[in-house]
Design a protein around this ligand. Structure first.
Ligand code: ATR
Length: 276
């Protein structure tokens, strides 16, 4: 019996947890599928994608760093959430051979916050740090959850203002630089900057944190990310990293491809055990 083929494409890609996650989902839902990694170079991304769908009969592709914007440009059509995110992380081939691009990162974050950690977004004050691709992908889903206010703060202030203009019709949001956050505190602070990659933290004032503040770093690591550790050191109530978001965005992609929604709790537990 032939099985359906899926893959994740990126660079680097060997560290990706997606093959394991999708195999857990497949086993749990009683399906057989293959899921591999594809390493692409910047100038052969399109060739690799075409080859996967046309020659290998691929049934679905996840796209990760640094190709989410390339995927956005490559697909034939996009969902509204992918259109707004400016990035595509899931490709679904259509019956007519055209490629549909979606973005499941934002819904992945929201599911992790609300379903796994039972955090309420509605009527809360949210601070989003960063104005790159990662931040852009989560703004619309965050606004859909109706926070009292969403502030986008970025090291380069103009980029925060640019994002605020794109999303201003979807909810209450403001943009500012890090130093303008003095004397404001937040219920939830989300770090969508790439600072943790360099073991740095965004230079926000500690006054943004109270003993009720929950921090969420989109990055994940075995030990607390530098940002999460800094939040704890400054009195935050709880900190979470992006492992749950990774599993939740995968679950949403699996659902789009297979029309079955996998359970995520056990998969998150398994990954936590693996990295312990
Ligand atoms: P990604 O796709 O991960 O979002 P990106 O589009 O390159 O990557 O965006 C990186 C984000 O991290 C930006 O918001 C960047 O701030 P600038 O716009 O000012 O460059 C932010 N960032 C990276 N390193 C940072 C640091 N050390 N402190 C604060 N912000 C940082």
């Amino acid at each position: 019996m032939s099985i359906d083929h899926y893959a994740v494409i990126g660079n680097p890609i060997s560290h990706s947890k997606s093959p394991d996650i999708h195999q857990y989902f497949a086993k749990q839902t009683g399906q057989s599928l293959s899921y591999k990694t594809i390493l692409a170079e910047k100038n052969d991304f399109k060739k690799m994608v075409d080859d996967f769908f046309m020659n290998q009969q691929g049934k679905g592709l996840n796209v990760t760093v640094p190709f989410k914007e390339d995927a956005w440009n490559l697909v034939d059509k996009k969902t509204q959430r992918a259109e707004l995110a400016g990035a595509v992380n899931t490709i679904i081939p259509q019956r007519d051979g055209r490629l549909l691009g979606d973005n499941t990162d934002g819904i992945g974050l929201l599911n992790d916050l609300m379903k796994n950690y039972h955090l309420q977004i509605k009527q809360k004050n949210i601070l989003l740090l960063g104005a790159g691709g990662a931040a852009r992908g989560i703004i619309k889903p965050l606004l859909d959850a109706e926070p009292a206010l969403l502030i986008i703060a970025n090291r380069t202030v103009s980029k925060a203002h640019q994002l605020a203009r794109i999303f201003e019709s979807f909810g209450r949001l403001n943009a500012c630089g890090f130093d303008e956050l003095e004397h404001q505190s937040f219920d939830i602070i989300i770090n969508a900057t790439a600072s943790s990659l360099n073991k740095q933290i965004p230079a926000i004032p500690a006054s943004t944190i109270t003993n009720e503040t929950v921090a969420y770093d989109l990055m994940y690591s075995k030990i607390n990310t530098p940002f999460n550790q800094w939040c704890l050191d400054n009195g935050a109530k709880q900190v979470f990293d992006g492992l749950g978001m990774l599993v939740e965005q995968a679950a949403e992609a699996f659902y789009l491809w297979r029309n079955v929604r996998p359970e995520t709790h056990d998969v998150i537990e398994k990954l936590l055990q693996q990295s312990a």
